[in-house]
Ligand binder design. Structure first.
Ligand code: ZN
Ligand code: ZN
Ligand code: FE
Length: 753
């Protein structure tokens, strides 16, 4: 070569991109960047993710933008580059996927994106008002997918052949809908069975509607209408569980609750969970939405239909600016799961199971393939924590610190989830529910079958709870695979070990309602050292009797009676609980030790406190009394000498004795919380010191109590210890399957050493 200006050297690089990079618009992203920088080369999907080659001068800018400008649903775990010989190529191409067995990952469902929202409200757009619009960056995924690979033919969109306009967008690499499998328009896609205007008119008239959504039906009514909310409760068997409320946007949500920055971020995240917030007193929301509770579960619209409802109610203003204004309408949007059975998903099923609850069924003609409840989250100690992990998060993997063999963990009995793990990834299923009826058990087996098929994981081992009678345990026994039985509280602490990548011994507080102990006893207030496949019970709460057995879990007054007996005041039981016909019988059980099994449960300790303080004698759902007790707390206070620690046993009888004489429930609730926090921190602190451990996992359903979670966390930090709070899974039994999988993995890996 002679003369001319010096040109930058042309180079060519091959790059392997790992992570969630398929089905999220990653190839068009690469294509657009290459076009922008005038680079040659190609990109394609394969079994390991995305493989690409680019050729040109100055490739560093391209690779910086590859990460910085990645599509919203993509997650890049690694970009591995290597230099290859330049080929003098001139064009850039998207190549067909390599090989037949491409492990195309399925992402979680995502809330409608801003670009689609603009189209929804643009009278000039061909998708104006079309409530099934979506694109590569938003819309249904997991809930419509039957099988791998993730393409339209394997989703419930297979029933809707694309029209020429949609097909044109689908095949155009520079279009937002390039390879958007669920893309549709009014000409070719699904339709609602009822007009949006009629749905809104009926809701305004006080009707209860069963509305088909992404992962199941919701029961909806006007959340400001006390009579409608009361009717919904009456028809749902007078259930007292709080209902979630949907508002048009953040500005509207602030009418009903105080929302901090971290909560605002969660509410508007594309995963769109229900977020527990501090309810505003006297805001005009029906009291029946969350009876007696200070927290309010809020959720923002995520499906286009939800937006269309609020748009109609707002008088159909053009554009999307109205979403930033406070809107009047607020809707109860509660899972349609009558009698604690799984969420209703089918149209005929809705008519059968919801006909007596809803005034009308609002369905559509796209099938829900996978049932998924709304996720529920809360901000605890400044960071998001799960209460229920489901839509928007499943099947996104949780990264593990160690590569594990293919494992199935079947979870516990209540708030069941299952977990499939393989390599450095653990996939925790959506919330399945309590396995105490045939329908939920069927959902459990379907979830295992579906998740293992779409993830193509064939487990070599199955992990389950120690309890022989759990349906999940029986399922594990019938798989024919080697079974690892994991003690309940060991699994709770191991779930934190899995999330935080702790491979050595990990100390944890596991506080919950019930789990079968290694000694056959009822455990639930445990100090556990989890160490791989092994664990040590470093301590436990002093046991209380459970008069009547399981029934005591629903009748806090019985636990209060047990507390009276424990402090030598059984003689007070009948006078104190004179309204209870069984008070005499309970006293006799306690005095004679008949039908009053002992438990170290922290949940039952909460029940005892709630019962002693007269907060609630009988609960309509598990955890109700402790929730009401927590709701009374403004500032926790410590009763000095309110506890004793001996031989690892934490004894709170001095505190219970003090509560027995407390006449003000608020004072009592504050003393109970403050003293319990101080006692737990002292107890765990001692154990940590004795063993030279620096971390304490905070797990079990009792850590759903924000006062306790934040208080114990702060108190441990003040002692120089590092608290580990679950963030990837719920602290309650919804996180058990992850812990079981982790223990099973250690068992297998240790066995091979
Ligand atoms: Zn979109
Ligand atoms: Zn179309
Ligand atoms: Fe538990």
């Amino acid at each position: 070569m002679t003369g001319g200006a010096p040109t930058a050297a042309v180079e060519r690089r091959r790059a392997r991109v790992r992570g969630a990079v398929q089905g999220v618009g990653f190839r068009p992203h690469v294509y657009a960047l290459a076009a922008r920088d005038r680079l040659a080369g190609w990109v394609r999907n394969d079994a390991e993710g995305v493989l690409l080659e680019v050729e040109g001068a100055d490739l560093d800018g391209f690779f910086a933008a590859l990460r910085a400008e990645a599509p919203p649903l993509a997650r890049i775990d690694a970009v591995e580059q290597e230099a290859v010989r330049p080929q003098g190529a001139a064009s850039f191409e998207i190549l067909k996927s390599e090989g037949g067995a491409v492990a195309t990952a399925i992402g979680p469902d995502a809330a409608v994106c801003d670009a689609c929202l603009e189209e929804l409200f643009d009278p000039g757009d061909r998708r104006h008002g079309y409530v099934f619009l979506n694109c590569t960056h938003c819309g249904p995924r997991y809930t419509i997918t039957r099988a791998l690979p993730y393409d339209r033919a394997n989703t419930s969109m297979a029933a809707f052949p694309m029209c020429p306009d949609c097909a044109g967008e689908y095949h155009d690499p520079l279009d937002r809908r390039f390879h958007a499998q669920p893309t549709a328009c009014p000409a070719c896609g699904p339709h609602m069975a009822m007009a949006v205007s009629e749905i809104v008119a009926r809701l305004r008239a006080g009707e209860i509607l069963a509305i088909k959504g992404l992962g199941g039906f919701h029961l909806a009514c006007d959340a400001r209408d006390e009579a409608a909310v009361a009717r919904l409760r009456a028809r749902k068997d007078r259930e007292e569980k709080p209902f979630a409320v949907m508002t048009a946007g953040l500005a509207s949500a602030r009418r009903w609750a105080d929302i901090g920055p971290a909560e605002a971020e969660l509410l508007t995240s594309r995963e769109r969970p229900i977020v527990l917030t501090r309810r505003r007193e006297g805001s005009g929301l029906a009291e029946g939405v969350a009876p007696g509770l200070r927290e309010l579960g809020l959720i923002l619209p995520y499906a286009p239909l939800h937006y269309a409802l609020f748009h109609e109610a707002a008088g159909k203003p053009p554009g999307t600016a109205w979403l930033d204004e406070p809107q009047a309408l607020a809707l109860v949007m509660t899972s349609a799961n009558p009698g604690g059975e799984p969420l209703v998903t089918g149209n005929d099923e809705a008519r059968e199971r919801l006909g007596s609850i809803a005034d009308a069924i609002v369905d559509h003609d796209r099938a829900i393939v996978v049932r998924a409840d709304d996720s529920v989250m809360r901000v605890t100690a400044g960071a998001p924590a799960f209460i229920r992990r489901a839509r928007g998060h499943t099947p996104a993997p949780i990264r593990l610190a160690r590569s594990v063999p293919p494992i199935l963990a079947v979870g516990g009995h209540l708030k069941n989830t299952i977990c499939l793990a393989r390599g450095e990834e653990a996939f925790v299923s959506q919330h399945v529910g309590d396995l105490d009826n045939g329908q939920t058990f069927r959902f459990f087996t379907e979830t295992i079958d579906h998740l293992s098929s779409v993830l193509q994981i064939a487990p070599e081992i199955v992990a389950c709870d120690l309890h022989p009678d759990f349906l999940s345990t029986r399922y594990a026994d019938e798989t024919g695979l080697p079974v690892v039985r994991v003690q309940h509280h060991h699994a709770h602490v191991a779930s934190a070990a899995a999330e935080y990548g702790v491979e050595g011994p990990l100390l944890g507080l596991a506080l919950d309602g019930f789990g079968l102990g290694a000694d056959g006893g009822a455990w639930g207030g445990e100090l556990i050292v989890a160490d791989g496949a092994e664990f040590e019970r470093a301590g436990h709460l002093a046991a209380l009797a459970q008069p009547g057995g399981d029934v005591a879990a629903r009748e806090p007054w019985r636990m209060a009676a047990a507390a009276l007996a424990a402090i030598g005041r059984a003689g007070d039981i009948e006078a104190r609980f004179s309204d209870e016909p069984h008070a005499g019988g309970v006293r006799a059980m306690l005095e004679r030790g008949l039908n009053a099994p002992e438990t170290s449960s922290c949940g039952r300790l909460f029940d005892a406190a709630a019962g002693l303080l007269g907060v609630r004698a009988r609960a309509s759902f598990e955890g109700q009394a402790p929730m009401l007790l927590e709701g009374l707390v403004r500032a926790p206070r410590v009763l000095e000498d309110g506890w004793r620690i001996a031989d690892g046993v934490l004894d709170l009888r001095p505190l219970l004795a003090r509560l027995t004489d407390e006449t003000d429930p608020r004072e009592g609730a504050e003393l109970f919380h403050g003293t319990l926090i101080a006692a737990l921190a002292a107890w765990a602190g001692e154990a940590a010191k004795a063993r030279g451990l620096g971390h304490v996992a905070l797990t079990g359903g009792c850590f759903l109590n924000r006062v306790i979670a934040e208080g114990v966390s702060d108190a441990l930090a003040a002692r120089g210890l590092t608290p580990l709070s679950p963030r990837a899974v719920p602290p309650n039994d919804g996180g058990l399957s992850l812990g079981q999988a982790w223990v099973a993995a250690q068992t297998m890996l240790d066995g091979k050493d």
